[in-house]
Design a protein around this ligand. Structure first.
Ligand SMILES: [Zn+2]
Length: 145
């Protein structure tokens, strides 16, 4: 099993991966984050459905809504609870994330493990369809151990 913990903190999906000059690869994220701290735990019109939101201990004590569409500077407005700030969003910066490189390098191993786990899942599903009762439980217990 691959240690997936070592990929914690990678750029959230979906990614935009493009080939640049001299065979370099550019990674960008479509995920929007806080323009100040980069947190993706933000409130936008899209994820609030345009409904009023309120944070009692916020510098914005009254209920407020976030406008739909882009503002006059071409960005989406957002509220970031981490910063307690009304500001604008920007795509998460993926250019300096070293974990992304490790994840890309591990892609063949991760793909192999997905294939292996799918085969394992099919084997167990077929087994469950064919068998039933205490005999099945005993067989599954042996497989797990
Ligand atoms: Zn923030």
């Amino acid at each position: 099993m691959i240690d997936t913990d070592k990929y914690e903190g990678h750029t959230p999906a979906p990614w935009i991966v493009t080939r640049a000059q001299k065979n370099t690869i550019l990674i960008a994220s479509e995920v929007l984050g806080c323009s100040d701290c980069g947190s993706t735990e933000i409130y936008t019109h899209a994820n609030t459905g345009g409904k009023e939101i309120q944070f009692p201990k916020s510098v914005e004590p009254n209920p407020f809504t976030i406008d739909e569409g882009k503002n006059q500077w071409g960005d989406y407005d957002m509220y970031c609870p981490s910063c307690d700030l009304m500001d604008y969003t920007k795509p998460v910066d993926a250019t300096q994330n070293e974990i992304d490189f490790e994840l890309i390098a591990a892609a063949p191993d991760l793909l192999a493990e997905v294939k292996e786990l799918r085969a394992w899942k099919k084997f167990v599903c077929d087994l469950v369809k064919q068998q039933d009762g205490p005999h099945l439980r005993e067989m599954l217990k042996e497989l797990i151990e």
